[in-house]
Write a protein that binds this ligand. Structure first.
Ligand code: MN9
Length: 309
């Protein structure tokens, strides 16, 4: 039997680059990928929440996936998010991810009409996973955004019999009791990848080995420091690093979270363009204010460039 698939270390959830007019701008992916490789990040979670998946057409998601695989397939672990409220589209996206050469596929719970029971969610996921029979399959659990809050450990345990490729869960969920249960399901056979950057240390303490998140795009050095401190038992240093991440994410929150993170990419010299409606693009004055607010932080993968230049 082969060892189970694992996503370890930091996996960034890249922003989807747009032109100033809002068209998909695949030419930026090489600069995004170069930054991740330079920063020593282990992989990319393509077309997730940070990638504004729900604001992209299926074709755009496919083109973007192809670009990531073309540029860094084999060098970064590529997980493609294939979730969609329309299951047929999710099936199409999963099949495409497999054809394109992704390393794994992930699926969000549908969020307009919601699964009411764990079985509803398994019913939704089963054909999506089956469309990519060669790829490890992850549930993307993020109740704060989907509004779907089902017992994740129960999902893993029950889905194990119906989804042969089930590898684990991307757990963006503050329920740390549930996290422990996920890690314990079937003797710890599932990969539980932590999704709240601002709580990574708690996840590590409970046993996670990998994390997928938005701030790993630009602040990987901070989290690498946190990981090293945790591994060498320097909990004080690990807590300080985590608290810096909390402060960073608070600053981003003041500017709307995702849109601020996308602007930070620009400040690192990787211009990812505006966010799409219904999110509101950052005004130049907001980008300047964000730049000022980030001055106390010495955590970025590259020096921040003044936006006025
Ligand atoms: O799942 C990301 N979640 C969202 C991953 O973007 C909604 C996280 O990486 C957060 O961006 C991060 C900041 O809150 O933890």
């Amino acid at each position: 039997m082969t060892a189970p698939f694992r996503l370890t270390g930091l996996i960034a959830a890249p922003h989807t680059p747009f032109t100033p007019a809002g068209e998909l701008n695949r030419s930026v992916v090489s600069a995004q990928a170069a930054l991740l490789i330079e920063a020593g990040v282990a992989g990319a979670f393509v077309c997730g929440s940070t990638g504004e998946a729900h604001s992209l057409t299926t074709e755009e998601r496919e083109r973007l996936t192809e670009e990531w695989v073309r540029l860094v397939g084999g060098r970064l672990k590529l997980v493609v998010h294939a979730g969609h409220n329309c299951r047929a589209e999710a099936v199409r996206l999963a099949a495409h991810a497999a054809r394109a050469g992704a390393d794994a596929v992930a699926v969000l719970a549908p969020s307009y009409f919601k699964p009411v029971t764990v079985d509803d969610l398994i019913d939704f996921c089963e054909p999506v996973a089956a469309a990519a029979p060669g790829l490890p399959f992850y549930l993307y659990d993020i109740p704060a955004l989907t509004g779907v809050s089902l017992p994740t450990a129960e999902f893993l345990d029950r889905a194990a019999d119906r989804i042969p490729t089930l590898a684990g869960v991307k757990y963006t969920n503050g329920d740390l009791v549930g996290l422990q249960e996920c890690l314990a399901v079937r003797g710890g056979r599932f990969d539980v990848v932590f999704g709240y950057d601002e709580m990574l240390l708690a996840g590590l303490a409970l046993g996670v080995k990998g994390a997928i998140g938005s701030t790993y795009n630009f602040a990987a050095p901070l989290y690498q420091r946190l990981l090293r401190a945790f591994e060498s038992g320097e909990l004080g240093a690990a807590r300080r690093a985590q608290l810096t991440s909390v402060a960073l994410i608070r600053v981003m929150g003041r500017f709307g979270g995702l849109r601020a993170g996308k602007a930070i990419m620009g400040l690192l010299g990787v211009e990812c363009g505006p966010v799409r409606s219904p999110l509101r693009p950052m005004a130049p004055a907001e980008i300047r204010a964000l730049y000022e607010a980030l001055q106390p932080f010495d955590i970025f993968a590259r020096p921040l460039r003044s936006p006025s230049r």
